[in-house]
Design a protein. Structure first.
Length: 388
C-alpha cells in the first residue's frame, strides 16, 4: 500500500538552488506509487539538467511549450495530471502565478491547472527576506484563497528552505484525489505513556510511536483533519497535543471525542500508575512499589461518545493467532469497537510489522511496513464511513 497509488503528478521545477533536491523528490513520489512528469523553467535548467529529471521520472521532461500544447495535454479537459506539485517554487514563480503571467512552462501549466480545477501544491524555497516581502506574502495569500495547498518551508540560516521530501509527498497525497476521509476529524493516540515515579524516574514501555504516527499521516493524506495525542514531536500532518501519563492521554481523548468522527487508540497506554514521590528516591536499598490500575481509555471515551467510531489495538506476547483473535474479539465487544488491530510484542520499535485486523465477523492479516499498516487503517476507516 502506498500514499500515491495510481496518481499522476506533474512536478513543476523553478530556479531555486533547491532544484537539486528534485531528483530525490521524484524518486520518493514514485516510491509512494505516483507516476511523475517534470516541467522546468529555463532558470531551473541552469541549476539541474533536464536529463537528471528524465532519469528520475523515467519520462520526457517538458522544457518548453510547443505545438503539442503540453500544458493542455497535462491539465486541460481529460488532462493527464491528477495534481500539480510546484517544488521548489520561487518568489518569482509564485508572483507570476498569482498574476496569471504565463511566460514559463511552469507558470503556463499552473494557469491551466487552476483554471481546470486540478489540485495544486506549492513548496516555496527562497531567502527569508524574499519570503517576508509584502508582495510575495500577498501572492501566497492569493494562491491560498484559490485553494492552493502549501508545504511550509523550513526557515533556517536566513533562508526559507524547501520542506522535506516526506512533508511534500504527504501534502501531495492529501491533494490528489480521491480523499475518502475529507471533512472527517480523526483523533489518534500514539506511543508510550510514562508514569512518574519521582521527579527523575518514570515507568514506561517500549513503544516507539511509529505505528500511531503512520496512522495519523495516512489519515491526513486521505483528507482527514487529524489530532495526534502523544509525548513526541510536532508533525506537519496533525495538530499535536502533548500528553505524558495514561491519565493525561485519557483526559485529552475524552475532551476531543465529542468533536471527532473517529478515534484510533494506537498508543501503548500504561496499565498501571502510582503516586509520584516528591523527591528523588534514594538508590541502594530494596523498594516496593504500590501500583494502581489506570482507566481504560476506550471505555472512558465510549461513555462520553456512544456513537463515535472507535478503533483499538491489542498487543500480546504469547499464544497463537487464534488466541490473539479471541482476545481481540473480547475487546471488540466490550468497548463496541469498529475493529481491532492485533499484533505481538516483536512488532515494537521496528519499521516492519505483522498484524491482524479483527472485525466481529472477519479477520484479515497484514504484513509489511508500519506506514502501510497506517494506510490500511485509514482505508478501513473510510470503508467504515461508507466512503471507500
Amino acid at each position: 500500500m502506498s500514499l500515491l497509488a495510481d496518481a499522476n503528478v506533474v512536478l513543476g521545477v523553478s530556479g531555486s538552488i533547491a532544484a537539486v533536491k528534485t531528483v530525490e523528490l521524484a524518486h520518493e513520489l514514485r516510491r509512494e506509487g505516483a507516476t511523475v512528469r517534470a516541467v522546468m523553467t529555463d532558470s531551473a535548467q541552469g541549476i539541474i539538467h533536464p536529463w537528471a529529471l528524465e532519469f528520475a521520472t523515467d519520462r520526457d521532461v517538458v522544457t518548453e511549450i510547443t505545438g503539442s500544447v503540453e500544458h493542455v495535454e497535462l491539465f486541460g479537459d481529460d488532462g493527464w495530471a491528477d495534481v500539480l506539485l510546484l517544488a521548489p517554487a520561487t518568489a518569482n514563480t509564485v508572483g507570476k502565478i498569482a498574476a496569471a503571467v504565463d511566460d514559463t512552462p511552469v507558470t503556463t501549466c499552473a494557469t491551466v491547472a487552476l483554471g481546470q480545477g486540478v489540485p495544486v501544491v506549492v513548496a516555496p524555497a527562497m531567502h527569508e527576506p524574499m519570503y517576508d516581502h509584502p508582495g510575495v506574502l500577498d501572492a501566497l495569500d492569493t494562491l491560498e484563497s484559490w485553494g492552493v495547498a502549501f508545504v511550509d518551508p523550513r526557515v533556517e540560516e536566513g533562508k526559507a528552505k524547501i520542506a522535506t521530501e516526506a512533508a511534500i509527498v504527504t501534502e501531495t497525497a492529501r491533494a490528489a484525489p480521491p480523499s475518502p476521509l475529507a471533512d472527517e476529524h480523526v483523533v489518534v493516540t500514539s506511543g508510550a505513556t510514562s508514569e512518574p515515579l519521582d521527579p527523575v524516574r518514570v515507568l514506561t514501555n517500549r513503544s516507539s510511536g511509529k505505528t500511531g504516527r503512520a496512522v495519523a499521516r495516512a489519515c491526513y493524506a486521505r483528507g482527514a483533519d487529524v489530532t495526534l495525542l502523544h509525548d513526541g514531536p510536532d508533525v506537519p500532518y496533525a495538530t499535536v497535543e502533548r500528553v505524558e501519563s495514561a491519565a493525561e492521554m485519557t483526559e485529552a481523548a475524552v475532551a476531543a471525542a465529542p468533536d471527532a468522527d473517529a478515534l484510533v487508540s494506537a498508543a501503548a497506554i500504561g496499565d498501571y500508575t502510582l503516586p509520584e514521590a516528591d523527591e528523588k528516591i534514594r538508590s541502594g536499598g530494596e523498594l516496593t512499589l504500590e501500583l494502581e490500575p489506570t482507566p481504560k481509555l476506550l471505555d472512558s471515551v465510549r461513555e462520553v461518545a456512544p456513537d463515535l467510531t472507535l478503533v483499538g489495538f491489542k498487543l500480546e506476547t504469547e499464544g497463537d493467532d487464534e488466541t490473539l483473535v479471541a482476545t481481540a474479539r473480547e475487546r471488540l465487544s466490550s468497548a463496541d469497537l469498529a475493529f481491532v488491530v492485533a499484533n505481538r510484542a516483536d512488532a515494537l520499535a521496528g519499521a516492519e510489522t505483522r498484524a491482524l485486523v479483527v472485525r466481529p465477523d472477519a479477520t484479515e492479516e497484514y504484513a509489511g511496513s508500519k506506514a502501510g499498516l497506517g494506510l490500511r487503517i485509514a482505508d478501513e476507516l473510510a470503508a467504515e464511513s461508507g466512503r471507500q
